[in-house]
Every structure is written in C-alpha cells, then in structure tokens.
Design a protein around this ligand. Structure first.
Ligand code: VGL
Ligand code: ZN
Length: 240
C-alpha cells in the first residue's frame, strides 16, 4: 500500500539524504565507555621534528590525540625508554647503518639511530600533549639486549610489561591505539592487544608511520588479519 503519507515520508527521506548526507551518514559512531582505554604510543621528542628518529608529520598526531583523549575516561601513555648503547641502535653494531637489519637471538631487528635514551630530552613526552587525565605511563625497551616496540610484550615474545594485567585489573575490554609510529610501536601494540583478548581500534589519523622496506603496508595487512579495526578520529563521539 502506498498512500499519501508514505509517499510524503519517502520524499522527505530522499530530500534529507540529498541535502545533508554528512549529517545522516558520517556521524561519529563510536562512543568510548568505562571499559575503553586510549593508548597513546611514544609521542616523544625523538620521534617529532628535530628528533633523532623523526617520523614524517609526527607532530600532526598531537592535536588529534589531545582532542580524542577527552572522550576517554582511561588514557595510558607509553615511552620508548632505552639504555645508552641499546641493542636496537645501529651505533653499537660495527659496520651497520640505521634502517639495516640484523639477526638477534629473538629474531630480526631493524637498527635505528640512537633514540629515546632514558632520562634525556629526546625521551620526554611532547610538551604539546595535553592529556592531564592520563593515568599510567608505561616505559618499554629498557632492557639493554631486547627491544620492545609493543607496549605489552618485549621483542623476545615472552617478557611482559605488565600492561595487559593492568588493563584487565581495571576491567578494560577495548583499546584504541594512537601515536608513533604506525608501522612499529602502534602496530605491535595493536597486535599484542588482540592476542591478549582486547577489542582493538587503531585511529589512523592519530598515527604516523616510519615506512621502511614496506613496513607500513605490511603493518596494516597484519593488523587487518588479526581483527584490528582501522578507524578515523572523526568516528569517535566527542565525549565519554
Ligand atoms: C619505535 C622504532 C624504534 C616506535 C621505537 O615508537 O614506533 N620505532 N623504536
Ligand atoms: Zn626504540
């Protein structure tokens, strides 16, 4: 049956859809709840312009993170926190240059410029971060002979940072990952979060990548396979 009322309703819908597609279809659809946590990965001076391992456009994640963090009642930050002479530094392997790889007892390791040495300005969080309610800072990569891209597990694949236990103790079920760099610390954190049983979202425009030897494309493929959801900051509703 198609009476006048139905026809008018249909016309109304069509007109609205034509006039206001953004409002109708692109509304922020994800509302973080008390079982959600934002993980802000390695927004440290070394990874920002002028830093020793500066990530292209790295500074652009800061305002996005400051904005979305307001929607979260739980925010955890991480700091890459290496010893001087850390095994991941090219400078300690004779004849090796940054971005080359070597085989270590726990597997393949990309070698980096010296970065994020404990207690240095380079290792400090960006002064432009404005997330006063962040409740925990996890430091990682502090064992001299083992790297740790992931905020959950060191690169030996077995030494825990304690983060999964913390989040579970706080009854967190969902984690949203943002920061630097998409293809290393963000991706490894997201993958380990899935392994630890969390629902995982990576906020793409709140991250930037290093992209060496195809690492960025591989990271997104690995994350998709693992069930990590790729979202944009605009998908997150403005307040908790
Ligand atoms: C990172 C390379 C070396 C990162 C840390 O934060 O993604 N990348 N150390
Ligand atoms: Zn590092």
């Amino acid at each position: 049956m198609l009476d006048r009322r139905h026809v008018l309703a249909m016309l109304g819908t069509t007109a609205l859809a034509t006039l206001a597609p953004t409002a109708l279809f692109a509304a922020a659809s994800i509302k973080p709840d008390d079982a959600s946590a934002l993980l802000v990965i390695d927004v440290q001076n070394c990874f920002l312009p002028g830093g020793s391992l500066a990530v292209k456009e790295g500074e652009q994640v800061v305002p996005v993170i400051n904005r979305i963090a307001k929607a979260f009642s739980n925010v955890v930050m991480t700091q890459d926190w290496h010893t001087p002479g850390h095994v991941s530094f090219a400078s300690v392997h004779s004849g090796k240059k940054p971005f080359e790889t070597i085989d270590l007892p726990y597997g393949k390791q990309v070698l980096w410029p010296d970065h994020c040495v404990q207690g240095t300005d380079g290792a400090a969080l960006s002064k432009d971060l404005s997330v006063p309610h962040a409740e925990l800072i996890i430091r990682k990569g502090f064992h001299k002979d083992v790297d740790s891209y992931s905020a959950f597990l060191e690169a030996d694949g077995k030494t825990s940072t304690g983060l999964a236990g913390y989040l579970k103790g706080r009854k967190i079920k969902r984690v949203f990952v943002a920061g630097l760099a998409t293809d290393f610390c963000v991706a490894w954190t997201a993958l380990d979060a899935r392994k630890a049983g969390f629902e995982v979202y990576v906020v793409e425009d709140a991250c930037r990548g290093i992209d060496t030897q195809g690492s960025l494309a591989k990271a997104w493929t690995d994350m998709a396979k693992a069930g990590v959801k790729r979202i944009q900051s605009g998908d997150i509703a403005a307040s908790a």
